[in-house]
Design a protein around this ligand. Structure first.
Ligand code: SF4
Length: 284
């Protein structure tokens, strides 16, 4: 969840910042928190030396960017010292060789978060209570990264359904045991949303629903794979003009990196029928 898209000083709020994707090219499973001591030293050096640097473009070296530093005196917030929010609106990221990439990209979790309204954002940030910038920027330590994969509709529905703010992670998972599921959110969000929209968001309070959903998802994915030709050909699935969550399902669950629009429509009909059948039979 990058800080650099945010119009305000820090993202997601004044108390937390995310620097998970700085710099934007790293090994897939890399986490800053695994190298916290070294990075904290780098952040101190970067922040101290920043003011003395001239305007010349200087490249990012390895996995560390010289423009990543502390944004506050208490060294709680970590972020980009070249970001417009730090420089009276002037975007200075051209001073690193990844400047365009830094400006252009944001992670799926941050895009989903920005689609929630102010109250929804505050609610979900409760899951990250007590996390410092390193833990907040970690997919392993920050449960929001995974949960945002269920998409804005599911997240809005849970927020409406919730009885209370999220005071701690444990309380949230007690209230909504479904979310301890091992199902990959991005791959299964289409199925879950289809069920929750018809059966209601109270379904997530049921401990039994988690297992029922996992079995249902396995069946639907299995059937979809049997009905699909995953040989290369056709257009990239994510470029089709269809429901974005269905396209994620087709790509990530079924394995269709490319397909043709007719097959995608055919597959969607099969999946929609399965969801309908599930909704007509399942009772909490
Ligand atoms: S220039 Fe800023 S946004 Fe880009 S990698 Fe460096 S710290 Fe991150």
């Amino acid at each position: 969840m990058p800080h650099r898209q945010a119009p305000t000083l820090c993202f997601p709020d004044r108390h937390k910042s995310c620097f998970a994707c700085c710099p934007p090219i790293r090994p897939a499973a890399y986490e800053h928190i695994q190298h916290q001591n070294i990075i904290q030293r780098e952040l101190r050096d970067n922040t101290r030396e920043f003011a003395a640097r001239g305007p010349a473009v200087a490249p990012i070296r390895g996995f560390s960017c010289w423009a990543l530093g502390y944004l506050d005196r208490r060294r709680r917030l970590v972020g980009c010292l070249l970001h417009p929010a730090q420089n009276d609106g002037r975007d200075l990221r051209y001073r690193v060789d990844y400047g365009e990439k830094c400006r252009r990209e944001s992670c799926p979790a941050s895009k989903t978060f920005l689609r929630l309204d102010e109250r929804g954002r505050r609610y979900w940030l409760g899951l990250a209570n007590g996390l410092d910038a390193f833990a907040y920027s970690s997919r392993v330590h920050n449960p929001l990264f995974g949960l945002l994969g269920w998409g804005p509709d599911v997240l809005r529905g849970v927020f409406r359904e919730a009885d209370r703010p999220i005071l701690c992670r444990e309380a949230f998972f007690r209230e909504f045991p479904f979310f301890s599921t091992r199902s990959d959110p991005a791959a299964h969000a289409y199925l879950l949303r289809g069920i929750a929209e018809r059966s209601g968001y109270a379904i997530f309070r049921s401990g039994r629903f988690r297992q029922v959903f996992e079995e249902f998802a396995e069946q639907v994915v299995g059937e979809s794979r049997r009905m699909s030709n995953t040989a290369p050909g056709g257009v990239f699935t994510h470029r089709l003009s269809m429901d974005e969550y269905f396209l994620d399902f087709a790509r990530l669950s079924v394995g269709l990196r490319r397909t043709d629009p007719k097959h995608a429509e055919f597959l969607k009909r099969i999946v929609d029928r399965a969801i309908e059948k599930f909704n007509s039979g399942f009772r909490i």
